[in-house]
Design a protein around this ligand. Sequence first.
Ligand code: SF4
Length: 232
Amino acid sequence: MAPTNSLVLIELYQSVQGESSFAGLPCIFVRLAGCNLRCSWCDSEYTFSGGTRFSLEEIEQKIAALAPIKLVEFTGGEPMLQERELLPLMDRLLAQSYTLLLETSGERSLAAVPKAVHKIMDVKCPASGESGRFHLANLEALTSRDEVKFVVSDRADYEFTRDFIRQHDLAARCGHVLLSPAFTKSPTSERSAENCALDPRLLVEWMLDDHLPARLSLQIHKFIWEPLKKGV
Ligand code: SF4
C-alpha cells in the first residue's frame, strides 16, 4: 500500500518537555492518534480513536509556526503505528536542523527510525498489564542518544525493572535509563506527589539501595499544571 503522505493528528502544541533528559526545555508536541496497547495507568486514552488527518506539509507548517522552538517530540498514542508517513516527516525535519524525540511503547520495531532521532522507549512493567509486549530486538537499535523508561507502580515493577537493567546492561546501551513513578488514574486537582501511585521517595530509596545506574524521572507537567490538564 502506498504512503498516504498524511498523518492522523490528535493535537500539536508548545509546552515544556515534562520527562526525559530534555525535561524543562521548550518543546513542540505532535501527538498522533491510535495505540495498540492498553496500559492500566494510561493517561492518553483520548488518543485511542478520532483525530484529524493532515498532510505532512500542513504538519510541517504548524511546527514552523511555533518558531523559534526547534525541539519536537512525536508522541501518542503510539506514533510508530503511522511509521510509513512519520519517518519521511522526521527526515524532512532533521534536514531543517530540528532536534527530534520519539516517545514509543517499544512494541514496534524501531530499526528504521533515523539514528539522529532521540528515541525515548518504554519497557512496560507487569502492573501496566502490557509487560511482555516489548520488541526485544529494539535493544540492538539503541544508541547513546536514546533513553529507556520504566513506569513503576509497585515493588514488583521495581524488581522487574532492576533485573531488566542488569540483565541487558542497559546503562551501557543507551544515554539514560529513566524510572518514573506511575501516576494514579484518578488524581486530585492538587499538584502533588500524593497523586503518584508509588511514592517517589520510596522509589529513590530502592534505587539508592541497589546502586541502580538510572535516573528518577517525574512527569513535571503534572506538577506545573493540574494533573488531568491536556495539551500541556
Ligand atoms: S502505550 Fe502509551 S498511549 Fe498506549 S496505552 Fe500505553 S501509555 Fe497509553
